[in-house]
Ligand binder design. Structure first.
Ligand code: SF4
Length: 323
């Protein structure tokens, strides 16, 4: 019954509208923007571009999934997850507020579905919630992106300030090592987002703890023709941070690059292998994100089809999801 989405952590994808604007480095190769150029004239991206509301037939899909809730639960032993939205941003301030009001009404009426709202604009969430949000609707999970340390430090404090049934982060595409357990936020305050603890600043004044902690972290590499490689140690670091804090971890994909040679552990003659191959099929990547032979933990990354690259990390899949 999970017929609608190829995204590994959801059952369905629902787009109430399409169109957006790039707001972070993670947006650089936005799949949705490319798709808009290909199928919808490419007029729906940018600050002044009109967004395109999807049709009634599309808006009726969640109602149908909601009706199928009992059968789905009998088959899978859990509720259906709906990712909203993959081709837009629910908290985009260029969207007609009436569209978002209609979306909240739909979410309210489909209360047997778990709605996953993932945004790159968490600073807008508070002003765009429905009046009866209270301590969070039980069927709505709120998430934000954290593919770089800067994005994590900008986005996560906004997310954790809002009550929600589940708080999650999508570190995809993961573009560098990200310390979710040591976010530098205002002044000298350090926030451990995985434990929901803020440390005292250097003046010794106690800092208020965030009201929440992250329940779930999704991690993945980039796919597409211009995909950037993900160093394996970045993914390992997120996994290890989550494991230490008891946070659920989902490794979604390597994307279009895989680690071919780990210089510290594999063939010492790897430079010779590299020199024989086409340059655009390989990248030399160190743990700091630098491309080149120098630096720590240098890896030879190789282009690969997404399916070939797969989604195992150190020999196993990581598919933890909140219940
Ligand atoms: S926020 Fe999402 S949909 Fe919007 S440009 Fe960035 S990646 Fe694309």
């Amino acid at each position: 019954m999970a017929e609608q989405s190829n995204i590994e952590w959801t059952d369905h994808t629902f787009n109430p509208w399409e169109g957006c604007q790039r707001v972070a480095p993670e947006c650089d190769h936005c799949y949705a923007e490319v798709r808009d150029q290909r199928f919808n004239g490419g007029n729906h991206w940018g600050p002044k571009a009109p967004r395109r509301r999807t049709g009634i037939a599309n808006w009726n899909k969640p109602l149908r999934w909601n009706k199928q809730a009992r059968a789905f639960a009998a088959q899978h032993g859990r509720r259906q997850r709906v990712f909203c939205a993959s081709l837009a941003d629910v908290f985009d301030n260029a969207v007609d507020p009436q569209w978002r009001a209609d979306l909240w009404a739909l979410i309210r009426s489909c209360d047997r579905l778990d709605w996953l709202l993932l945004t790159k604009r968490p600073q807008n969430i508070a002003a765009m919630l429905p009046d009866d949000w209270g301590s969070g609707w039980p069927n709505v999970w709120l998430g934000t992106s954290a593919g770089t340390q800067k994005t994590a430090e900008t986005n996560i404090p906004h997310l954790l300030a809002i009550p929600a049934a589940v708080h999650f982060v999508s570190a995809e595409p993961l573009l560098e090592k990200v310390q979710l357990n040591a976010l530098k936020i205002k002044g000298n305050i350090t926030l451990d987002a995985l434990r929901g603890e803020a440390q005292e600043d250097l003046t010794g004044k106690p800092v208020p703890a965030p009201i929440s902690r992250l329940d779930w972290v999704i991690c993945g590499g980039e796919s597409g023709a211009k995909a950037r490689p993900m160093h394996p140690d970045w993914a390992r670091s997120l996994r290890d941070q989550c494991t230490a804090a008891g946070t659920l971890f989902f490794f979604k994909q390597w994307g279009n690059w895989i680690a071919e040679i780990d210089r510290d552990r594999d063939d010492p003659d790897w430079r010779a292998d590299y020199s024989k191959t086409k340059r655009d099929e390989w990248a030399i990547l160190n743990a700091d994100g630098g491309i080149g032979f120098h630096g720590d933990r240098v890896h030879l990354m190789k282009r690969a089809a997404k399916k070939v690259a797969g989604r195992t990390l150190d020999g196993r899949e990581w598919s933890e999801v909140p219940a």
